[in-house]
Design a protein around this ligand. Structure first.
Ligand code: GDP
Ligand code: MG
Length: 451
């Protein structure tokens, strides 16, 4: 077994359709963990929350479980919007080691549910499905914070049957998407079968079960990924580039490997040459008890993976959300700059011949879009991170074939001068914050053109 001290915390991402309960679930996990004893044991990171293993075990109520897990805890990413997962990439593919897909058991699958599943399948990320809002099933009598089996037993036969019917609709949908799934307590091999946990994020019913399944998945993940460690030079992913009062441009980063220190030289991806700069300050959120301070942040000297941290440094303005950030030394600087550049070039495509134009908000979402369109054999002429500019509009208008005189925009703005230009032109523009919808809309457009 690997040295326990250097194991890093697995990163968990919560995905699913808007309003199906992602935020409520995360709040519940956080809240449950806080009330379960050790206040302060929860560490609030920038963009993430860390729940240590002891807090989870405590919640599960069986201390014997302690020895079964070598995981130091779980780092939950606080999804800053429903497009977040696509931002969350790392050298290996997905930044998240594990995921939770939340689906409203009463509403069933929606576009972003499908999208989440496609992304997870592509990156082979282990995940658990939460069939949420069971308290809304007709006749359900809520039993606050109880594990699923215990609350299920207390329901009438009718209600139990209703839950099973809805649950197996979810399981059927998963099957249609290519996943063998089962109610999690009926799964014998989580490598082969996806576990579905009936939950109420509102009342906390089923939350212990979700944590249990996650720990099981985390354990498997760690066994397969022991090369990740808290030691060595830091490697991370930029979640967001944010303007902060008094600090200028800062980066919210999830560090997924190694250690990052104040004063370190770092290389960050940008649209042009990678940025090379020195970390001026590493910032973490203040604890609630320290709120008397004027600043929301406190400085730390170093952070160790996995962690979320804000970086203040000169020259961060052009940094790209979704791009890598790597610690370098004088000797490794050139090599690391080249590495970062190639990681970004892999995503950018600019063939200069025929095809559509794609603009997206982050590298990860751009990559996901390019992948989806290429799967459909749609040629792409240009794919770039950024808003739709006047220049983009002009460029698209020079394309004669109406099938390719198209701009696809994911989570981006159309600049006012571009908008004016586009209104007068024949360029077709599709914008959305759902990848799936952009692909569908484009397919529909192509069909119409061909009729
Ligand atoms: P998100 O968009 O996926 O983050 O969804 P939210 O967590 O914001 O939840 C959307 C709405 O559903 C909110 O009004 C929540 O209070 C409600 N909600 C979330 N989980 C549950 C649940 O388990 N039961 C019930 N009854 N409502 C829920
Ligand atoms: Mg939310």
């Amino acid at each position: 077994m690997a040295d326990k001290k250097n194991l890093r915390t697995p990163i968990v991402c919560v995905m699913g359709h808007v309003d199906h309960g992602k935020t409520t679930l995360l709040d519940k996990i956080r809240g449950t963990a806080i009330v379960s004893g050790e206040a302060g044991a929860i560490t609030q990171h920038i963009g993430a929350t860390e729940v240590p293993i002891d807090v989870i075990i405590n919640k599960l109520g069986d201390p014997r479980l302690r020895d079964r897990f070598i995981v130091p805890g779980l780092l939950f990413i606080d999804t800053p919007g429903h497009h977040a997962f696509t931002t969350l990439r790392s050298r290996g593919g997905a930044l998240a080691d594990l995921a939770i897909v939340v689906v409203d058991i009463n509403e069933g699958f929606k576009p972003q549910t499908y999208e989440s599943l496609q992304i997870l399948k592509r990156f082979k990320t282990p995940f658990v499905v939460v069939a949420n809002k069971i308290d809304r099933i007709g006749g359900w009598v809520s039993q606050k914070d109880l594990p699923f089996a215990a609350t299920f037993k207390k329901q009438s036969e009718d209600v139990q049957a209703r839950l099973e019917t809805k649950l197996y609709e979810v399981i059927g949908e998963l099957y249609n998407q290519g996943f063998a799934a089962e109610r999690y307590d009926r799964v014998t091999n989580f490598q082969k079968t996806l576990g579905v946990v009936p939950v109420s994020a509102m009342t906390g019913e089923g939350i212990p079960d979700v944590l249990m399944v996650l720990l099981g998945l985390a354990q498997k993940f760690l066994e397969a990924n022991l090369h990740y460690s808290a030691k060595g030079p830091g490697v991370g992913t930029v979640l967001e580039v944010k303007e902060e009062k008094g600090l200028g441009a800062t980066l919210d980063v999830i560090l997924y490997d190694g250690t990052l220190k104040k004063g370190d030289t770092v290389v960050i991806g940008s649209l042009g040459k990678p940025i090379q700069t020195k970390v001026r300050a590493l910032l973490k959120p203040r604890e609630l008890s320290e709120m008397r301070y004027e600043s929301k942040f406190k400085q730390v000297n170093k952070v160790t993976a996995a962690a979320g941290v804000k970086i203040s440094a000169p020259g961060l303005e052009g940094a790209l959300a979704g791009s890598p950030i790597r610690v370098a030394t004088e000797e490794t600087l050139d090599e690391i700059a080249a590495q970062v550049k190639s990681e970004i070039d892999e995503v950018r495509i600019d063939t200069g011949s025929v095809g559509i134009m794609i603009k997206a908000d982050t590298l990860g979402s751009l990559e996901a879009l390019v992948h989806e369109f290429q799967k459909d054999d749609v040629p792409i002429r240009k794919a770039e991170v950024g808003d739709i500019s006047h220049r983009d509009a002009i460029e698209a208008s020079t394309v004669e074939d109406p099938l390719y005189s198209v701009v696809i925009g994911f989570n981006v703005k159309v600049h006012p001068d571009a908008r004016d230009f586009l209104q007068e032109s024949t360029v077709k523009v599709f914008t959305s914050d759902v990848i799936y919808r952009l692909v569908e809309d484009y397919q529909k457009y192509v069909k119409e053109q061909q009729e």
